[in-house]
Design a protein around this ligand. Structure first.
Ligand code: ZN
Length: 137
């Protein structure tokens, strides 16, 4: 089935992330000077303002920081509603927004803040894979 949701347009700044996603790896920007990982990709480190940024492969693990059940959505997402969106605390630091997989949106009381999650990637096109997070067993 063709991917019918909005497809991000990778830009040069985030290219390592998109290349990694295509290869099933979570690539994250890290400041060489202060060693902090940040998300989303930026030209300068949000912690120390250095422009010395490198890309590192993340563990692909994190924890649910917070979540919300989306009962209505537009476009290709409408047919998936209800679904759960979440902010993930990356093990390496900072947070990533996601559509959370492996949870029941009709039972939000079963979704626990702090639960461990793992990243997974879904190919939207031959060139773009999207990162989603799933509650770990
Ligand atoms: Zn820094």
């Amino acid at each position: 089935m063709a991917y019918n949701k909005p497809i991000p347009e990778p830009d040069p700044l985030g290219k390592p992330f998109w290349d990694g996603a295509k290869a099933g790896k979570l690539m994250l920007p890290r400041c060489v000077d202060c060693s902090r990982v940040h998300w989303y990709p930026r030209h300068i480190c949000p912690s120390c303002h250095s422009d010395n940024i490198e890309w590192v492969e993340g563990s692909g693990e994190g924890y649910i920081h917070t979540f919300a059940v989306q009962h209505r959505a537009m476009g290709g997402w409408a047919e998936e509603a209800p679904f759960v969106t979440a902010y993930i605390d990356l093990v390496e630091g900072d947070r990533m927004f996601t559509v959370l997989r492996g949870v029941d949106p009709t039972k939000p009381e079963s979704i626990k803040i702090g639960s461990k999650v793992r990243v997974e990637f879904e190919a939207a096109t031959d060139d773009v894979s999207i990162a989603f997070w799933r509650v770990a067993e």
